[in-house]
Design a protein around this ligand. Structure first.
Ligand SMILES: [Zn+2]
Length: 272
C-alpha cells in the first residue's frame, strides 16, 4: 500500500508499522505467538495475534524508528525486568533517560497516528495531537523539558502464597492504550493530557506538557540527563484503570468465559 509517510510526509510504499513494539506481544506469551487480549465489552477474554500493526511509515522512517527507539527501548525494559526479578524494586539499569523518554514519546505518537483497531480508544484533540507531533520532532535532550514520562512496574501486593500474581506473570497483562485530559486544579481548564499503556510488565505514563515541579515530585518520573533508571511499583489492584482492564480479563478467565481458542490453549496447558 502506498501513501504519505506519517513522519517524513513523502509519498512512498508504507510499512506495516507497530506502535507498541512487536517484541512486547511476543514476550506476553513466549513461543505461543498469541497474547491474551483484555475484552472491551463482549465480556470474553480471547486469544489474539493482533499486534496492532498498520500502514504508517515509509521504509526509511520505519528503520530509523526501529534503530533509534524500539531496539534500545526493548532491550532497556527487558534488562530492567530481569533486574527486578532478581533484586526486587531496587533493581535498576544504566540507560540514557532522555533517549528512553524519546522512545516512549515515539510510541505514543505512533499510537495516535496509527489507524490500527487496537488504538481506536485513543482520540486526542487536534491541539493535543499537534502538541505530541511537535514533541516527537524535538531532539532527545529536549524531550523531558516538555513532558513527564513515568515507568511503573506492575506488581501485586498480595503474597503469591495467598493468590497474588507472581512478578514473572506481569508481562502477560495487557492494558490497551488510553488517553485522558487532566485537570491539575478543580475549576481550571484541562490543559494537560496523559496516555498510559502496558508493555513488558511495565505501566507507561506520558503526560504533556511537563507537570509542574510539585506535582512531578508526587507523581515520579524520569529526570533529564540521568542514566540510572528504576521503575516504581504500581499495585495492579490499586490503580483503577488497570484494575478495570486487567480484572475484566482475569474474571472472564476464572468464570470460564473464554473464547474457544483460549479454552483449547488452557486444556493443552493443564495436560502438559
Ligand atoms: Zn518516512
Amino acid at each position: 500500500m502506498e501513501g504519505n509517510c506519517a513522519y517524513c510526509f513523502k509519498y512512498r510504499p508504507l510499512m506495516k508499522s507497530h506502535a507498541i513494539p512487536r517484541a512486547a506481544f511476543k514476550a506476553m506469551l513466549a513461543g505461543k505467538g498469541n497474547a491474551i487480549g483484555i475484552p472491551y465489552g463482549d465480556g470474553n477474554a480471547h486469544l489474539t495475534s493482533d499486534s496492532g500493526d498498520a500502514p504508517l511509515l515509509c521504509d526509511l522512517c520505519e528503520q530509523q524508528f526501529n534503530r533509534d527507539f524500539d531496539g534500545p527501548l526493548t532491550n532497556a525494559l527487558k534488562s530492567l525486568e530481569n533486574e527486578i526479578l532478581v533484586n526486587g524494586f531496587r533493581g535498576s539499569i544504566t540507560f540514557d533517560s532522555d533517549q528512553l523518554a524519546h522512545s516512549i514519546v515515539s510510541i505514543a505518537w505512533r499510537i495516535c497516528q496509527s489507524p490500527a483497531h487496537m488504538y481506536s480508544e485513543v482520540n486526542l484533540s487536534g491541539i493535543h495531537r499537534a502538541e505530541l507531533d511537535r514533541l516527537m520532532r524535538l531532539p532527545s535532550k529536549r524531550i523531558l523539558q516538555d513532558c513527564t514520562v513515568r515507568i511503573g512496574r506492575l506488581s501485586d501486593g498480595r503474597p503469591v502464597g495467598s493468590g497474588g500474581f507472581d512478578q514473572k506473570l506481569m508481562n502477560q497483562f495487557i492494558k490497551a492504550p488510553e488517553a485522558h485530559s487532566i485537570r491539575l486544579k478543580p475549576h481550571r481548564k484541562a490543559k494537560h493530557f496523559a496516555m498510559d499503556w502496558t508493555m513488558f510488565g511495565f505501566l507507561i505514563h506520558l503526560v504533556v506538557p511537563r507537570l509542574p515541579y510539585a506535582k512531578r515530585k508526587e507523581f515520579g518520573g524520569l529526570k533529564s540527563k540521568t542514566t540510572r533508571i528504576r521503575a516504581m511499583p504500581v499495585d495492579i489492584f490499586k490503580y483503577r484503570p488497570v484494575v478495570d482492564a486487567l480484572v475484566a480479563g482475569y474474571a472472564a478467565k476464572e468464570d470460564g468465559r473464554l473464547s474457544p481458542s483460549l479454552k483449547k490453549r488452557e486444556t493443552r496447558k493443564s495436560k502438559g
